[in-house]
Design a protein around this ligand. Structure first.
Ligand SMILES: Nc1nc2c(ncn2[C@@H]2O[C@H](COP(=O)(O)OP(=O)(O)OP(=O)(O)O)[C@@H](O)[C@H]2O)c(=O)[nH]1
Length: 395
């Protein structure tokens, strides 16, 4: 499997700029693990510190690429179009939008923090970005609530037989969100509720829907247009507020990332995507140089342009996924080394990893070796981010 990061946002917030910047990559031909004719799905990369230098070898990536010790691991970026606010007029989110959302593992909500686009995406001044953040969350919660209510009806109708447990019917109904019975039960009990929906009032049902949404559709807010002073002010204020503690914010200038990647392609700068700085190596015009220096000020202050960081935060912080290298201490006979780096769910064990590589490897699993320490690792040991693991099988 490959993770899918969904990019959402109302019109004119810079979603296309961010999508293009993240997927505009000068990678060697044949480095693409998947080709797609769907323009809304692009290949982006997440950065992982390569393990190869620790073994004094260079890696030979099968997919993605490696630049000076940083591995760029492919991930899918999906432009989920169709977030057109209007639900305040009772329109709600479109079905296509919702079904596309279902196919993503984590969301990056692009919000124009400069306040220069109104809720419909038209140019304005002093628009409050909180409205956009709240809007998407509330709409998602209503969507979840709708499905939760259907699950409750299903339980009440006794459709699945008399002795069904509520968590079973709810988990069945909400299957597409990837929540199982145990997790459903946990959510209900954590809210201090009985396992009987007749005891729940509307507030309880709304709270359950929200909790399930937060667990199954985690989100990063990409605070875009942070190169503008108004955006910076909004960012400072909003990220301080308790009401937004449950969200992860990343300051972004999609503009800056795109400009740096273009300048890098033109040979004007040397820039590795996601780095906190760049070097001017070509011969820019005065105007271009002034623009680049402005960008430098921004990336220095905010440490990076934020485009890479938004994607990495989504996978590695919000989803808590881990990147694992299958490998051995020495290069293969053909000279290849650490060809792969896979992104796996949080909590993956050595055995899960074996099955991930191939069913035969999973079925023949004997033991795993942590290549750094040379120690054997049991089947049920949870792996860590950046582990290098060799699997030994019976066949
Ligand atoms: N200052 C600034 N402007 C940006 C940034 N990112 C995008 N923009 C500008 O914002 C406007 C909208 O950007 P788009 O990328 O077209 O926005 P979108 O969200 O894809 O809009 P639609 O295509 O209408 O859905 C353009 O004029 C961009 O140049 C940024 O980081 N900083």
């Amino acid at each position: 499997m490959s993770y899918r990061i969904g990019l959402v946002g109302k019109p004119s917030v810079g979603k296309s700029t961010l999508f293009n910047a993240a997927t505009m990559n000068d990678v060697p031909e044949g480095a693409y693990p998947f080709t797609t004719i769907d323009p809304s799905v692009g290949e982006a990369y997440v950065r992982v510190d390569c393990a190869a230098p620790e073994f004094d070898h260079s890696c030979t990536p099968n997919t993605g690429y490696c630049e000076e010790g940083v591995r760029f691991v492919p991930t899918k970026l999906v432009d989920v179009a169709g977030l057109v606010p209007g639900a305040h007029e009772g329109r709600g989110l479109g079905n296509q939008f919702l079904s596309d959302l279902n196919e993503t593992d984590v969301l990056v909500h692009v919000v124009d923090f400069s306040g220069e686009t109104d809720i419909e995406g038209e140019a304005t001044e002093d628009h409050d970005p909180r409205e956009d953040i709240d809007f998407l969350e509330e709409e998602l919660d209503m969507w979840y609530l709708d499905i939760l209510e259907k699950g409750i009806e299903r339980y009440r109708s006794g459709y699945q037989g008399e002795d069904r447990d509520i968590e079973v019917d709810l988990a069945d109904q909400m299957d597409a969100f990837g929540i199982n019975e145990d997790e459903m039960k946990q959510v209900i009990l954590a809210r201090g509720l009985d396992l009987d929906p007749d005891e729940w009032d509307e507030t309880d049902r709304e709270a359950l829907a929200r909790e399930i949404r937060l667990r199954t559709k985690p989100m990063v807010v990409a605070a875009n247009k942070m190169d503008k002073p108004a955006a910076q002010e909004n960012f400072e204020a909003i990220t301080e507020e308790e009401a937004y503690d449950h969200l992860t914010f990343v300051p972004v200038s999609a503009h800056a990332e795109k400009a740096l990647k273009s300048a890098d392609e033109q040979g004007v700068v040397d820039y590795r995507p996601g780095d906190p700085d760049f070097e001017i190596v070509g011969d820019p015009s005065d105007e271009q140089e002034a623009g680049l220096e402005q960008i430098r000020e921004f990336v220095t202050e905010y440490e990076r342009t934020g485009v890479q960081r938004a994607l990495e935060t989504a996978l590695f912080d919000v989803l808590d996924a881990i990147a694992v290298f299958p490998g051995a201490e020495q290069p293969q006979e053909d000279g290849t080394f650490l060809q792969d780096c896979f992104v796996l769910p949080d909590g993956s064990t050595a055995e899960d990893f074996a099955y991930f590589l191939h069913t035969d490897i999973g079925e023949g699993f004997l033991h795993a070796t942590d290549v750094r320490s040379g120690r054997q690792v049991a089947a049920d040991t949870e792996l860590d981010h950046r582990d290098v693991v060799e699997i030994t099988t019976t066949n």
